[in-house]
Ligand binder design. Structure first.
Ligand SMILES: [Zn+2]
Length: 115
């Protein structure tokens, strides 16, 4: 029996798609096993859908679709890729691995193997 449920605010943000990835996974797993919260999210989604239907349609320029399709053709490969992560230094002695080896060598009784 589940005793702790996400708050209404969290469920609303989940339904709206504005919840951060970490909490989103937690809520998704919870909702998979909790009918109460699944129903609640269904209510929020219904409210969101109603709000969308009540929005005044916005006037668009005549060539808007053509411009979007041109952008799709130009990019073509999905969302923009994030900038490459800065490389980590690979110099000797960086990172815990090197220190571990040194400690292990010092612990050995045969000095020949470490020099
Ligand atoms: Zn729940």
């Amino acid at each position: 029996m589940i005793k702790h449920h996400p708050s209404d605010e969290t469920l609303f943000r989940y339904a709206a798609g504005t919840l951060e990835p970490g909490p989103r996974i937690v809520v998704a797993v919870h909702v998979g096993g909790c009918a109460i919260c699944a129903d609640r999210i269904g209510e929020f989604e219904a409210v969101g859908g109603t709000l969308l239907e009540e929005i005044e349609p916005a006037e668009m320029e005549a060539d808007a679709l053509d411009r979007v399709m041109a952008l799709v053709d130009a990019g073509g490969s999905g969302p923009p890729k994030p900038a490459a992560a800065p490389g980590r230094p690979h110099g000797v002695g960086s990172g815990p691995g090197y220190a571990g080896v040194a400690l292990r060598c010092r612990a050995m009784s045969t000095p020949m193997s470490c020099s």
